[in-house]
Design a protein around this ligand. Structure first.
Ligand code: NAP
Length: 294
C-alpha cells in the first residue's frame, strides 16, 4: 500500500461512482480518513452497512469539514447545489473535484461557487455500469479505464497533478483536455448511444400489445444489448442530455442525415453502399479490440 495522498477524502454522493471511489481509495490507502454524505437516510444506512467509509451522514457541510480532497459524486444537475452547501465549510487549500459526465456545464455552474483559496479541478472517470446506489460499486471499476481531467485555464498545476495522481492510483489511464472538446467526444461515444438505446426500447414498448410480448420473448441479440444500456439511471441521463444540449443536438443532426441516407440505400436496393458501411464499422470494432477498449 502506498503513502496516503490526502489526510481526509470527502465524497458528496455515495452511489455507483462515489462508493466505487470509496472502495478503491480504501483498498489502495489513498486517504487517511474517508467521509461521505448523501441525500437520503436510506442511502446513508446502506453505505454504513457496507462499511466502505469511516463517516457517513446526510449533511454535506459536515462531511467536508477538514477534508483536503472533496469529490462531488452527485448527478450533474445537483452539483451546484452541493457546492453551494459545502463552500463555506471548505478548508483553505482544499481540492474539490467532480465525476460528472458533462464538463462545460459543471465548470459554468460549479466553478464560480468555489471559494478563494480552494482549487476546483473537474474530472470524468469514463467508467460505469447501468446500476446505481452504494451496493452497485466495486473497487476495480476504474481499472484500465480512461479518466479525463478538464482543468479550468489558469488553475493551480500542483492541484491538477494531485487529482491526476489520485486517479492513476485508482487504476485509471489519464488524459487531459479542454472541457468543450470532452463534451463533443463524449456526445458521440457515450451520450448518443444511450439516446439511441432509450429510443429503440421506447419504440418497442409503444408497439401494440401482441407484438410487444413477442419482442420481450425473442429479445436475444441486438435488442437485449440495447435494453441493458436503456436501464441506466434516469436522473443521471436526464441531467446529461439537459447539460450537454449543444453537442448532443449537433451529433443527433449528423445521425439523422446518415439514417436518411441508409433509408434511401435500403429503399433503392443499394446493397454495395450498405456493405461498404458495414465493412467500415466492422473495422472500427477490430481497432477497439486492439486498443483494449472493447
Ligand atoms: P447514483 O448511483 O444514482 O448515485 C447518486 C448519488 O448522488 C447518491 O448518493 C444520491 O443520493 C446523490 N444525490 C444527491 N442529490 C441528488 C439528486 N438531486 N438526485 C439524485 N441523486 C442525488 O449515481 P452515479 O452513477 O454514481 O453517478 C454520479 C455521477 O457520476 C453523475 O454526475 C454521473 O454523470 C457521473 N458518472 C456516472 C457514470 C455511470 O455510468 N453511472 C460514469 C461516469 C460518471 P441518494 O441516493 O441519497 O438520493
Amino acid at each position: 500500500m502506498s503513502k496516503p495522498l490526502f489526510n481526509k477524502l470527502a465524497l458528496i454522493g455515495i452511489g455507483l461512482i462515489g462508493s466505487s471511489i470509496a472502495r478503491v481509495a480504501r483498498q489502495e490507502g489513498l486517504a487517511g480518513t474517508i467521509s461521505a454524505a448523501t441525500r437520503r437516510k436510506e442511502t446513508a444506512d446502506e453505505a454504513r452497512a457496507l462499511g466502505i467509509v469511516d463517516e457517513i451522514g446526510t449533511d454535506n457541510a459536515a462531511a467536508v469539514r477538514d477534508a483536503d480532497f472533496v469529490i462531488l459524486c452527485t448527478p450533474v444537475g445537483a452539483n451546484a447545489e452541493a457546492m453551494a452547501q459545502i463552500a463555506p465549510h471548505l478548508k483553505q487549500g482544499a481540492i474539490v473535484s467532480d465525476v460528472g459526465s458533462v464538463k462545460q456545464a459543471v465548470i459554468r455552474d460549479v466553478g464560480p461557487l468555489s471559494p478563494q483559496g480552494v482549487h476546483f479541478v473537474p474530472a470524468h472517470p469514463v467508467a460505469g455500469t447501468e446500476h446505481s446506489g452504494p451496493s452497485a460499486g466495486f473497487p476495480e471499476l476504474f481499472k484500465g479505464r480512461w479518466c479525463i481531467v478538464t482543468p479550468i485555464p489558469g488553475s493551480d498545476r500542483a492541484a491538477v497533478d494531485k487529482v491526476i495522481e489520485f486517479w492513476r492510483r485508482c487504476g485509471s489511464d489519464m488524459e487531459e483536455m479542454a472541457a468543450d472538446h470532452h463534451d463533443k467526444i463524449l456526445a458521440i461515444t457515450s451520450h448518443l448511444p444511450h439516446l439511441i438505446a432509450y429510443t429503440i426500447v421506447g419504440t418497442a414498448t409503444d408497439l401494440e400489445d401482441d407484438i410487444k410480448s413477442e419482442v420481450i420473448k425473442f429479445a436475444a441479440g441486438g435488442f437485449r444489448d440495447f435494453t441493458r444500456i436503456a436501464a441506466s439511471d434516469p436522473t443521471m441521463w436526464r441531467d446529461v442530455f439537459l447539460n450537454n444540449k449543444e453537442a448532443v443536438l449537433e451529433m443527433l443532426g449528423r445521425l439523422s442525415e446518415d439514417l436518411a441516407a441508409l433509408q434511401r440505400n435500403i429503399r433503392w436496393g443499394e446493397g454495395d453502399k450498405l456493405y461498404e458501411l458495414f465493412e467500415r464499422t466492422r473495422a472500427i470494432r477490430r481497432e477497439l479490440i486492439d486498443a483494449k477498449q472493447a
